[in-house]
Write a protein that binds this ligand. Structure first.
Ligand SMILES: C[S@@+](CC[C@H](N)C(=O)[O-])C[C@H]1O[C@@H](n2cnc3c(N)ncnc32)[C@H](O)[C@@H]1O
Length: 339
């Protein structure tokens, strides 16, 4: 596992562009209405300057968007608060029925980013665990390894390894020996084909899959504003425009897993953002509105005013936002002699 070794400064890597992944995942592009307002910087280690705004950006048009670790860090507490605990007992029951492994449970976390799923889940499961953290971004894998949990719920040991690779090329043997597959805030940035490969690989491994925090395409802002619906629709279209599933992810994934004979359970996992989450809300707003404008440039003037008003309300502690997400637990048919 390694960082990319370039000592890249985010000035080159993460600085521009509206973000647009539903909870602030961002597409490529130019600064938008509010994206100019940010610019948190940090000075530490080899990366002299890191701007928080504009999480994933494309360094080159042919490259996939990249996610700023600062954005993933900012959203981690809201993600943890949103995750559907009701899926944990069915998951534990399934894990208890799977054949035991001498070295404990092997968990493959796909699109791990900086590793927030492991930090949340590992301490909630009993027994020794080995986490295999997958991402295509070596820089994020570096953070994931450095911040990995060490201890399970019952004090057993948790170990990790990282694997760099693109899920577009996921093959069933990549998950050999997996007892559990996880993903968080991933499905909506995948394509139908990639989700199909994921379902096939989990089915071949015969293991459950906990697929969390997929955007549902719905946002509730209080107080309401006449432009809310139009921005939401433009944002959803923006997510879909390069073939990513966006708000269709949950339906597509459910069908893909069910098509392989899995039982799929869904639970809401909404972000509920109030005055205590003003930093995340402001950042999310910039990305959300920025992507909507990128999708429908005719919105720009109205969206600029909208964003200004929304950011002012947020700073005043007068804005509440619910960003709807869904968690899925897919219980694939066990293989290898499990009940
Ligand atoms: C929104 S971030 C979520 C990160 C992390 N799971 C979390 O919840 O904080 C999506 C992550 O998936 C990774 N990713 C997206 N598409 C991928 C692909 N096709 N192959 C591998 N990784 C991918 C990105 O690099 C990024 O780290």
């Amino acid at each position: 596992m390694a960082a990319d070794g370039t000592g890249r400064s985010a000035t080159g890597g993460f600085s521009d562009g509206p973000v647009a992944d539903g909870q602030g995942r961002f597409g490529a592009g130019r600064p938008s209405a509010g994206s100019v307002a940010d610019g948190l910087e940090q000075s530490s280690g080899e990366r002299a300057t890191v701007r928080l705004r504009g999480a994933p950006v494309r360094e080159h048009p042919a490259e996939p968007p990249r996610y700023a670790p600062e954005w993933l860090r900012l959203r981690e507490p809201a993600d943890a608060a949103a995750r559907a605990h009701d899926l944990l007992d069915p998951l534990r029951i399934r894990l208890a029925g799977l054949p035991g492994r001498a070295d404990g449970l092997v968990v493959h976390d796909l699109g791990c980013g900086t590793g927030s799923m492991g930090r949340w889940l590992a301490p909630l499961l009993d027994g020794a665990q080995h986490w295999v953290l997958h991402d295509r971004d070596p820089y994020l894998l570096h953070f994931a390894a450095a911040g990995a949990p060490h201890t399970a719920a019952d004090g057993s040991r948790v170990t990790v390894e990282t694997r760099r690779g693109d899920l577009a090329h996921l093959t069933p043997d990549a998950l050999n020996g997996a007892g559990l597959v996880t993903a968080s805030a991933l499905l909506d940035v995948l394509t139908t084909e990639e989700v199909g490969k994921l379902a096939a690989a989990c089915t071949a491994a015969g293991c459950p899959a906990l697929l969390t925090l997929s955007v549902a395409g719905r946002v509730d802002l209080t107080p309401g504003h006449p432009l809310d619906t139009e921005i939401t629709e433009a944002f959803n279209d923006h997510q879909r425009r390069t073939g990513m599933l966006g708000p269709d992810a949950v339906t597509v994934a459910t069908e893909a897993f069910a098509g392989h004979g899995a039982t799929v359970r869904a639970q809401p996992s909404d972000w509920r953002l109030g005055p205590g989450e003003a930093g995340l809300t402001a950042q999310w707003l910039r990305g959300w509105v920025g992507a909507a404008v990128e999708q429908r440039p005719e919105l720009r003037a109205r969206a600029d005013r909208y964003l200004e008003e929304r950011l002012a309300a947020c700073a005043a502690g007068e804005l509440r936002v619910v960003v709807h997400h869904t968690d899925l637990l897919a219980l694939c048919r066990p293989t290898g002699g499990a009940p």
